[in-house]
Design a protein around this ligand. Sequence first.
Ligand SMILES: Nc1ncnc2c1ncn2[C@@H]1O[C@H](COP(=O)(O)OP(=O)(O)OP(=O)(O)O)[C@@H](O)[C@H]1O
Ligand SMILES: [Mg+2]
Length: 510
Amino acid sequence: MEKKEKFIQSITEGYNSKGDFIIMGSALFDGNPEKKALVKLPLKTLNRHGLIAGATGTGKTVTLQIIAENMCEKGIPVLLMDLKGDLSGIARPGVTNEKITERHNAIGIPFEPKETPVEFLTLSKENGAKLKATVSEFGPVLFSKILDLNETQSGIVAIIFKYADDHQLPLLDLKDFKSLLNHVTGEGKEEIQKTYGNVSKASAGTILRSIIELESQGAEAFFGERSFEVSDLVRLDGHGRGIASILRLTDIQDKPKLFSTFMLCLLAEIYQSFPEAGDLEKPKLCVFIDEAHLIFKEASDALLDQIESIIKLIRSKGVGIYFCTQNPYDIPDAVLSQLGLKVQHALRAFTEKDRKAIKKTAENYPVSEFYKTDQLLTSLGIGQALITALNEKGIPTPLAATHLRAPMSRIGILSPDEIQQIVSASAIAKKYNESIDRESAFEMLSKKLKSLDAEEAVKPKSTKEEKSTIEKLSENTMVRQVGRTVMKEVARGLLGVLGLGGNKKKSSWF
Ligand SMILES: Nc1ncnc2c1ncn2[C@@H]1O[C@H](COP(=O)(O)OP(=O)(O)OP(=O)(O)O)[C@@H](O)[C@H]1O
Ligand SMILES: [Mg+2]
């Protein structure tokens, strides 16, 4: 058989799919796109996570856009972490030009300009539905991890959560937490010591400093009400298209700690609230993280462990996670090994270190009789990439150097007016941005604390068992905070479910 025919056969068989799929482009043979060798991603294995890597300007973000918009087209909602602000264009149809026509002629599929239905979300003051969570929802274990606390300090956090539970004080935002922290080392000191255990002033000081650091990264805007419900991420529009939720994070680039914390919280919440899904025809939700090195850059070891565990477990809930970054080694090995789809754009070989990275990257791709992978890695053009995915049986597809299609939607950003149009038509922006008219938790807390001091209020029973404070307190917390659902409370137990935190044996929250 002629080599070219053999190549076409290997791609068409390797990427054959009985079920529905997404077309990425066509495979390159001797540097030219081969129309008969389409590279397809089966929807069935899209929950097996993915990576989009490559040097700057090689087309990573556009590839992310292509995969995400085609998922939506197939009825899979997506969540896009937009760190550079260049993903909003997905909400408007693309415009053809000579280059795009040429590209699509070469691939052999028509170019259809088309927009994707979009919701804009924000963690800060940007335009969009405000995404928030209460301190209470984080729970003592995760909240302590975020603050990077040691065991003693985490014990104090647990005391504060327990105290708040016992006295029905809503722990909504950081202000609430700080005022309780003050209370347990100040006026409330004696009561706390009798009932819950010792709280050292030095440890409380450390906790306070960590909170201040978190605040300096802008975390205040994030903690509070109304709590975001992850079910709002899995919506379809009237035509059955998945809605793309774009989380605008341009102002979070220099706040890696807040970003990794937030990511973990969100993934944990998704993990917690989605039912076990088994083998689905297509995922329920896919999450894309552009500039993903930012999550891993400053995450503590404890946070990294948890991110790894969640990635391992979340696919059984029908959720796929896609990382987009320059160098594949920006992603920890334990995470890399979980990724089913790999899209590798060109790498640049400026230094010895670059050349080593290229060699290592090439070795991690399936061996191909048609390509010299290391050479290809430095010679791929913009909008071309090496692809290997998982076929429907979960087996890696042959390596395909792919001439990618263009996105159906606009490459580039929306104007502020265009964004405003979308936000003002959004139902969830209304839901999350209306200010909640209830007594400020902080005020309620101070009032309550005053009356507690006066009356020496109800004191919960203490136990004398020889357990660490955090274990002791984790065991019997039945939360009665005001105004939140039981589901949300259970989310606290996530770290237990994952076998994380201090208590590895089993969750103490269920
Ligand atoms: N598949 C494609 N079809 C058409 N044009 C493309 C495609 N991929 C990339 N391009 C062109 O290349 C430009 C750069 O792509 P992109 O912004 O995706 O690069 P990047 O790898 O994300 O860069 P950075 O690392 O700087 O974020 C795009 O603005 C677009 O003009
Ligand atoms: Mg980019």
